[in-house]
Design a protein around this ligand. Sequence first.
Ligand code: CA
Length: 418
Amino acid sequence: MPLMKSWIDSANDPACDFPLNNLPCGVFSVDDEDPRCGVAIGDQILDMTAAEEAGLVALTDAPLFADPWWNDLMEQGPAVWAAMRARLTALLEEGAAEREAVAPLLVPMSEATLHLPFAVSEYTDFYAGRHHAHNVGCMFRGPENALPPNWLHMPIGYNGRASSVCVSGTPIRRPWGQLKSPDHDAPAFLPSRRFDFELEIGAIVGTPSDGPLTVKQADAHLFGYVLLNDWSARDIQAWEYQPLGPFQAKATATSISPWIVMKAALDPFRIDTPPREVPLLDHLKDDGPGLYNIALRATLTPAGQPGTTITRTNYGEMYYSAPQQLAHHATAGSPMNVGDLLGSGTISGPTGPERGSMLELSWGGQEPLTLDSGDTRSFLLDGDVLTLEGHAQGDGYRIGFGRCSGEILPALDDPFAG
Ligand code: CA
């Protein structure tokens, strides 16, 4: 599919994340006004709440953009999602008849503050990247036992906390926690010294379900995707993770990018999951390409210094797709809700510079990275800004995700000091 041209010139720039082909969904505010729903187009945001009030976007009898989240639209299902995209395309394409009515509803993105684009009902994080699981397994258990025996048969996950999901730009406070150094007999309560990021893609459930789903059905329930950083305290994790998996190590924060890229915008970039190393059971078998060719990178910017790109990888490295993860999630009967967020798991590629976490990049701290500034890093330091970016590359345009960024703030004083 070629670039769809818009009368908003900035949307036709091949380097712009938000051409007419994209139309990602966000929530924004200007000055002290209440947040509203908006769609990114070029360097502008179309105010969807105002467009609906003006009668330019009438998808159902009831308003869908009266509240500052996209859950109401998501709940309507795929036919309404498609109708919205068709209507927005008609309003924003080159030569649009209603251009004069739409132009006053555009807000420059540079003047807007972006908020969480949807109400996160629940958050689940998976561990579905083959290279990441192998790397971490080697460090934690040795190469002989790197992959647990179940790993090639189903996507491993844990139930996280929706309450700590935040939007890009939110500062991240270094956590305190219970740590146990291999050199000491007793655990200690200290600020994490091995605080890390994880480069992931989040899939958003658009329509609810109550019972098992096939992989194909699961795909139809998904609304779109965001960049996701699963902040991780490795020293807390190493001590707590057995026998029930991550808990406080992952409870500090999970950052997501502010724009939901709808599944329809990514459709031209679908790719297959990698070849299966052992056959999957029927309920997890792919039914068509479930991944997307999305180039991803992570940049580390120390305070007052230029940034260094520390990772370049691709969403196509995942072993399990989001539809497979959602299908697995629903097998035992758990209802899935509008606004459920599913983290892919860390997306690492096969080589060193493609690793999606500091834990892997510095190999557990044994091989610190050298940044462009000459500084070295094994894990994140206070003042560091970690930024994720991603896009699918079309012919003369890109479907971009914008940025997912967070600055590390120093730990607070000991919360339990006398
Ligand atoms: Ca993770």
